[in-house]
Design a protein around this ligand. Structure first.
Ligand code: NDP
Length: 430
């Protein structure tokens, strides 16, 4: 269609290599278009290949708008099967696919056919792509499934991961990776043998505020890190839930929520601890803690000299903060390990004053970022940022924490030279 200023509007925005400079050059025609009541290129946006963008309309003093999502077409996205349709899968993971750019749900695996049918209808998953645990291996014959996301109780992750790898699929596995070091090793070996990518779903390493803190610490913004405080607590209810049953959970608050303190501290520093010292206490005669622990306090000593004091609880009201104390400043994330509500506060000297700054980043769904990262790795063949080896290292460290609490002595750990030794490259900008 030709507009009143004599150019086709479509032609102005589909010029292939047309860049921002070209948009500026067209200012005269844009001004004419504006006065004629037509949208200008600045409002219509710019098509480049398969992507769409809009030039900034605010001054450089302002925070830029979010970029358009630029989704892969559905047929190009990595198809995921979700295994275990419990709270996390239903309330967080399946909904997060709506904000994914590179991934889509294409299959379900559940022990409950009625629940699976409801979800299959909601997410447009065909009945032939709904499996129970005994027919799971048939997923091998479904080419739409390229990746499997295992979201079952901790001790069952091993079975799901090994079965998925043997079926020729890449695997994203919930945290904690396993219920023991032996299971975790078996999972890494099975995926290696099958040539499958394995990623552990450490969502906080993909969450924007946690990633921003790690970036600033690594850049030396707060000087050498002296101390880290990390606390993750929640007050558990029903004592019959699998989290309170050791053969399904592998442990109590430590592998469930304390793991966030451990993994995030390691991810911020990039180092591995050389010593742990821990103590554990559970309220006596409380049926919730007949098999698993409630309160865990553990100290990690790192080669740089940084010391992290971490704590988790299943009987304290929810609190999920981390604080990094460097020689030149302090940074704290409120709600660091929560699904949302992260706030980063920085404190440091400003002349004769102490400056306290609060940073708020535009919200992005951390589950979507994590799933998309794995989808990108499946496509590119890159190692995920949080591969099986990252999960295995946490299992080893949790074993040392339990040992220290049992013996009442610090446990020395084999020094690990280098940074990010168990991690793949950082995520590409999503
Ligand atoms: P739920 O108890 O809500 O759901 C677990 C699901 O696993 C069940 O609904 C069931 O699905 C399936 N399942 C298979 N076998 C069993 C069994 N023997 N007992 C119980 N359930 C079984 O757990 P969550 O969704 O809270 O947790 C699942 C995993 O996700 C855990 O590893 C947990 O640590 C992790 N998690 C991670 C979070 C994160 O933020 N990254 C937050 C919460 C959990 P079905 O009926 O379909 O077979």
């Amino acid at each position: 269609m030709t507009d009143e200023v004599g150019t086709t509007r479509r032609g102005m925005v589909t010029g292939g290599g047309l860049g921002l400079a070209a948009l500026a050059i067209s200012a005269a025609s844009a001004s004419a278009a504006t006065s004629a009541g037509q949208p200008t290129p600045v409002d219509e946006g710019l098509v480049q290949g398969a992507n769409l963008s809009f030039p900034p309309i605010y001054a450089e003093t302002e925070r830029p708008d979010a970029l358009p999502p630029n989704l892969d077409p559905p047929s190009h996205r990595v198809g995921f099967a979700i295994v275990g349709l419990g709270r996390l899968a239903v309330e967080n993971i399946l909904p997060a696919f709506a904000e994914c750019k590179h991934a889509r749900p294409v299959a379900l695996v559940s022990g409950d056919p009625a629940k699976m049918a409801v979800l299959a209808a909601q997410y447009g998953i065909v009945p032939q792509a709904c499996y129970d645990y005994s027919s799971f291996a048939r997923i091998r014959d479904n080419p739409a499934v390229e990746a499997v996301y295992v979201v079952t109780p901790n001790a069952l992750h091993r079975d799901g991961v090994v079965a998925a790898a043997r079926a020729g699929k890449h695997v994203l596995c919930e945290k904690p990776m396993a219920a023991s070091v032996a299971q975790a090793r078996e999972m890494v070996a099975a995926c290696r043998t099958a040539g499958a990518r394995l990623m552990i779903a450490y969502r906080c390493q993909y969450e924007r505020t946690n990633a921003e803190l790690a970036k600033r610490v690594r850049a030396g913004e707060f000087g050498p890190v002296q101390l880290i405080d990390a606390v993750n607590t929640q007050n558990q209810g029903d004592p019959t839930q699998w989290r309170q049953v050791k053969r399904l959970s592998g442990g109590g608050s430590l592998p469930d929520v304390g793991l966030y303190c451990l993994n995030t501290t390691r991810a911020i520093l990039g180092e591995e601890p050389v010593e742990v010292y821990a103590s554990i206490h559970s309220p006596p005669d409380d049926p919730r803690f007949a098999e698993v622990e409630s309160n865990v306090s553990f100290t990690l000593r790192f080669p740089s000299g940084a010391i992290a004091n971490c704590a988790s609880s299943y009987s304290a009201h929810e609190h999920r903060n981390i604080r990094v104390m460097g020689a030149n400043g302090t940074a704290e994330i409120e709600n660091a390990f929560a699904y949302e509500g992260q706030r980063l506060r920085l404190s440091r000297r400003d002349g004769m004053a102490e400056a306290n700054t609060e940073l708020s980043l535009a919200r992005r769904n951390q589950f979507s970022l994590e799933i998309d990262h794995f989808a990108q790795c499946v496509r590119s063949g890159a190692q995920p940022r949080t591969p099986g080896e990252e999960g295995l290292q946490d299992q080893v460290l949790m074993g040392a924490i339990y040992e220290s609490a049992r013996t009442g002595r610090p446990v020395r750990l084999e020094p690990v030279a280098g940074r990010d030794v168990f991690r793949g490259p950082p995520p590409q900008a999503a």
